[in-house]
Design a protein around this ligand. Structure first.
Ligand code: SAM
Length: 221
């Protein structure tokens, strides 16, 4: 689907499901909170930081950071942003390919479950990289193309609600090209609630990895 179709899709979801994570296409609360809490633990405690939640949806992912940090949520679904604002995010409706922020504005940029909706992901990652401070962290979570479960599902699935999936290597290479080092991964194995953090990839275990997050630190501080 193109950008304006996705925008309408998520506006419609938010109109139907309100503040629920179903508005952001999660299957249910449980699958969302398990994933969120693993990633929050992986990042560790944060205070006094400027954080960008890129493609924040209804803001449920970054809400736990709002009391102690400034959290800015950007999304092109204005309806979703109404709920993100109620969760304490400073919200702004914009496309992720053209962020209205100065370069180096954020200590942490997270982009969760978004780039699988975007065929041409490089301009989005370039914008996320631009607004990250030198020494700051960029974290992107998405679907793993090499997953055996997803390949099997692909054989029977009629309508896919995403445009593409990713290999860990291609995102690691893109992070490197954009000036991010110290890449590491958090691998998720749906429907199991286990995760595995690693700075490498490529073993047989990765066949069962359904989604992953990659984080890196911007060089040049
Ligand atoms: C699957 S939802 C994930 C929401 C949130 N990150 C979470 O994990 O709860 C994807 C979100 O990305 C937004 N989105 C997708 N492409 C976008 C773009 N190019 N610019 C701005 N927002 C976008 C959608 O409107 C939607 O709210």
């Amino acid at each position: 689907m193109g950008n304006s179709q996705w925008q309408q899709y998520f506006d419609q979801k938010a109109a139907t499901h309100g503040a629920s994570v179903k508005s952001s296409d999660y299957f249910d609360d449980d699958s969302f909170f398990v994933q969120r809490d693993h990633i929050l633990q992986w990042i560790g405690p944060l205070a006094g930081k400027r954080i960008l939640d890129a493609g924040c949806g209804v803001g449920a992912f970054s809400e736990p950071w709002t009391p102690a940090n400034t959290v800015v949520g950007v999304d092109f679904s204005a309806k979703s942003l109404e709920y993100a604002a109620k969760r304490g995010l400073q919200t702004l409706s914009a496309d992720l390919t053209a962020l209205p922020f100065e370069s180096g504005s954020f200590d942490l940029v997270v982009c969760i479950g978004v780039i699988q909706l975007i065929e041409n992901f490089q301009p989005v990652l370039a914008e996320l990289a631009r607004v990250t401070k030198p020494g700051g962290m960029l974290l992107v979570q998405t679907l793993h193309r090499g997953s055996l479960q997803r390949k099997l599902l692909g054989l029977v699935e009629r309508s896919k609600k995403f445009d593409r999936m990713y290999e860990m290597a291609e995102l690691r290479d893109e992070f490197d090209r954009l000036g991010f080092g110290e890449a590491s991964f958090l691998k998720q194995y749906h429907p199991f609630k286990t995760v595995d953090s690693s700075d490498s990839f490529g073993g047989i275990g990765d066949w069962f990895c359904t989604s992953f997050a990659i984080r890196g630190i911007k060089r040049g501080e």
